[in-house]
Design a protein around this ligand. Structure first.
Ligand code: KG4
Ligand code: ZN
Length: 342
């Protein structure tokens, strides 16, 4: 019998709810982005995010059911992202999910948001993914390399020690006067720029060659565009044309750093494939870079509708966890803003 899962995602600035059949077939995947609300702050304003989630939960849920052509009584399982994320935003989604679970008398499972980004690759492909795989999460809140032994079985190899990859894109975009979220805007500018013009580099972490650091790179961009000893509020000292070269050089530096750490990981671990997830995986230059650098290795990218934060990946992974581990005690499901990987 087919199992209908309602997936709820409110970890950051997207109110997202999806209906997924048997963890794979997406009947609806509604995403209400709050980008307009946060654009003027140059990043996510947590308190405003929680309030917007509160307003959007019911309309987004209604739309997800309508688009899937189902009603609440058709739902067999509810899955909710319980972290990592913003505490206020998580509380809205989790309490909505608990209310539904209680009211409808349907089981509820909790899902790790970062893990769900990687699970998107399993939902996007019908072929078997060769394991162990190198998992690479590149999102607005997280940057990590993982040893994927199996679905829901990971160990962390490296992670960022400061800014996440998408966060660095967003902050550099702000420095260039571009609105939030800056990733797609940097990608577009970079297409017209010279990536070799400015010699920028990602940081190295002494004790772990697989860790990341993007804050030094961000400061180098600050110096390039505002001059040394100036604050980010000072006017730009570069031209519109220069901006394209800064964007291209920055993007190239970030991606070269990720590729070089991924290559090292392949020298150290017996990986047979690569799985990539998170918002930055939308970037076509990144996809080209990986295709060229790992031409012999199968790479599994998420489909476009599963790259940014969405409820379908939560439903998909929730279905897997429910089928393999059963239902947890509802009282054990609490918002965990700093949840580690698993
Ligand atoms: O995975 P995601 O939706 O949210 C988090 O879990 O954080 O990722 C959002 C991030 C933002 O930082 C956004 O700027 C970045 O993904 N992003 C991109 C692109 N599209 C989205 N970064 C670089 N190039 C893109 N095309
Ligand atoms: Zn995310």
């Amino acid at each position: 019998m087919r199992k209908l899962v309602l997936g709820i995602e409110t970890t950051c600035d997207e109110t997202a709810i999806a209906v997924v059949v048997d963890g794979k077939k997406i009947l609806s995947n509604v995403i209400a982005s709050q980008a307009d609300l946060h654009a003027k702050y140059g990043g996510v304003f947590p308190e405003q995010a929680s309030r917007r989630h509160l307003e959007m939960m019911l309309p987004v849920c209604k739309q997800a059911l309508q688009e899937a052509n189902v009603t609440f009584s058709d739902i067999d399982l509810i899955a909710v992202a319980n972290g990592p994320g913003l505490i206020g935003a998580l509380l809205v989604g989790i309490h909505f999910a608990k209310g539904l679970s209680f009211g409808l008398q349907k089981p509820l499972v909790a899902v790790n948001h970062v893990e769900a980004h990687l699970y998107s690759a399993w939902m996007s492909h019908t072929t078997e993914i060769p394991l162990p795989a190198l998992g690479i999460v590149l999102s607005g809140g997280h940057t990590a390399l993982l040893h994927i032994h199996n679905i829901h079985e990971y160990s962390l190899i490296g992670q960022t020690q400061d800014d996440a990859c998408g966060e660095a894109f967003d902050k550099v975009a702000t420095l260039l006067g571009l609105p939030y979220p800056g990733g797609p805007k940097i990608e577009a500018l970079a297409r017209e720029g010279n990536p070799l013009r400015f010699p920028l580099k990602g940081g190295k972490i002494k004790n772990n060659p697989f860790d990341f650091s993007f804050s030094g790179l961000k400061t180098s961009v600050l110096y390039l565009v505002k001059g040394q000893n100036h604050t980010k509020h000072d006017p730009l000292i570069i031209t519109e044309e220069d901006k394209k070269d800064v964007a291209a050089s920055f993007q190239q530096a970030v991606f070269t750093d990720i590729i070089s750490k991924a290559k090292n990981a392949f020298k150290t671990f017996p990986f047979k494939s690569i799985i990539i997830g998170g918002g930055v995986s939308q970037n076509l230059a990144l996809r080209r870079f990986f295709d060229i650098s790992f031409s012999e290795i199968p790479i599994f990218w998420p489909n476009k509708d599963l790259t940014l934060d969405n409820g379908a990946m939560i439903a998909g992974l929730g279905n897997y966890i429910y089928s393999t581990k059963g239902i947890p005690d509802i009282n054990s499901i609490v918002a965990r803003p700093r949840i580690p990987f698993l």
